[in-house]
Design a protein around this ligand. Structure first.
Ligand SMILES: O=C(O)C(=O)C[C@]1(C(=O)O)C=C[C@@H](O)C=C1
Length: 414
């Protein structure tokens, strides 16, 4: 895939070793707090993980509301750094004492939250971040992994990342990264993706030789591009809006981008075709990630995401799935990825030779909250058949109303 170097917007990249060293302190302290729940390996008993989780409920409630304020990045508090030499006198006099209003919960769905996304302004991920956290400060990142790291390093408070699209399928990279990193899924948003064909003003479709976009953008418009009868090469780049930005910044007149109407507006391109996704109800599902899990509840529909590797044996996957079926728990998604620790298992069959079995990590989303006994029992049973099990998050389902023809009802409408 080509990497376009954006000209005007500088997405977050990981900074110098010094910055990294300074920020590591925070990663470690955060990782320690969440490990008991995040590392759902066989060695840690699931029931006790649940107990740890529920015992965290009260302190967690406080940490969601207070920690951001105390760290000073999401706060109206007037905190000054502590000065051992007492040189702060002039500033101290201006320091306001804590009052009861300072203790009200931080606006976790509101302004000031820094939300990392992959891409540049005008990307669908930016719009999804706006739907998930209205009025947030969206932080562009040049890669998915940078968005994970931005949260781990406290540069951002949340990341909003795509995991699957109704036409293009799963975004595998993010499944692998969910496993490699220690962040928790704290929510999901489903975002209608309405693609346009964009080019520089005055460019006519007949003169195009190339269409560039994110691989998902190309996949979601595959048939429509063919139907339009364009004689063009299709080239994958890092993100849809980045494709638009590249055309504008380099004055490329033989190339069009598949991107949003908002990207056209931002980068001064014209819309040659509107709504070129192969299905009107094209939707991408994004997950919201945080350093700490949220408290699972039962007063609204929740979804839980897990990942596991299974033990050797027969019908293991069937047994795992039946743990949910017996409890009437619906699965909404199952995905398998290579198990990068053990990609292949050799199985010697007497007289026949050696079979090479591919080993997988299975990701499952199911419709239940970890606060429900049936979900806890299902996972206790699943643990019996698995060599590794981790809960990626238990979070409210996106139940917002659906309007496929319009792009979105959010403030970030594309
Ligand atoms: O390139 C973008 O605009 C993105 O936000 C990325 C992404 C993706 O990775 O799937 C997100 C939504 C659309 O499905 C197309 C691309």
């Amino acid at each position: 895939m080509r990497t376009l170097i954006p000209s005007s917007h500088t997405p977050a990249t990981i900074t110098t070793p010094q910055t990294r060293r300074r920020r590591r302190f925070f990663i470690h302290s955060s990782a320690k707090r969440s490990d008991s729940f995040a590392n759902g390996s066989r060695s840690s008993d699931w029931q006790s993980s649940c107990a740890i989780l529920s015992s965290k409920v009260n302190s967690q409630q406080q940490s969601e509301s207070l920690i951001p304020a105390v760290n000073g990045y999401n706060s109206s508090l007037n905190l000054v750094p502590f000065d051992n030499n007492n040189n702060n006198k002039s500033i101290q006099s201006k320091t306001k004492p804590l009052s009861i209003t300072d203790l009200s919960p931080a606006p976790m769905h509101g302004s000031n939250l820094r939300v990392a996304y992959q891409g540049v302004p005008g990307a669908y991920s930016e719009a999804a971040a706006g739907k998930a956290y209205p009025n947030c400060q969206a932080i562009p990142c040049d890669q998915f992994e940078v968005a994970f790291q931005a949260v781990e390093l406290w540069i951002a408070d949340r990341a909003v990342l795509p995991v699957e699209n109704s036409l293009g399928g799963s975004i595998h990279r993010n499944y692998d990264l969910l496993l490699r990193h220690r962040l928790h899924i704290v929510g999901e948003v489903q975002f209608p993706v309405h693609h346009c064909l964009l080019a520089l003003p005055g460019v006519r479709k007949e003169f195009l030789t190339r269409v560039i976009s994110h691989p998902q953008g190309l996949a979601q418009c595959e048939h429509t591009l063919t139907k339009l009868g364009l004689n063009v090469a299709r080239e994958a780049v890092d993100d849809t809006a980045g494709a638009a930005e590249f055309i504008a910044a380099n004055n490329v007149r033989d190339t069009a981008a598949i991107a949003s109407a908002r990207a056209a507006e931002i980068y001064g391109l014209e819309i040659l075709e509107d709504g070129i996704q192969d299905d009107a109800s094209n939707v991408t599902r994004f997950v919201m990630l945080a350093r700490e899990p949220i408290i699972p509840r039962t007063d609204r529909p929740f979804k839980t995401s897990i990942v596991f590797a299974h033990e050797k044996g027969t019908c293991v996957l069937f047994k795992v799935l039946s743990a949910f079926a017996f409890r009437n728990i619906s699965l909404t998604k199952i995905e398998s990825r290579p198990n990068h620790n053990v990609p292949i298992r050799l199985v010697d069959e007497a007289n026949v030779g050696t079979a090479k079995h591919f080993e997988y990590m299975f990701y499952i989303d199911f419709e239940a909250s970890m606060a429900e006994a049936r979900a806890q029992n299902a996972l206790a049973e699943v643990q019996e058949f698995t060599s590794f099990l981790r809960v990626l998050g238990s979070y409210p389902m996106d139940m917002t109303s659906w309007s496929p023809s319009s792009s979105s009802s959010s403030t970030f409408s594309l």
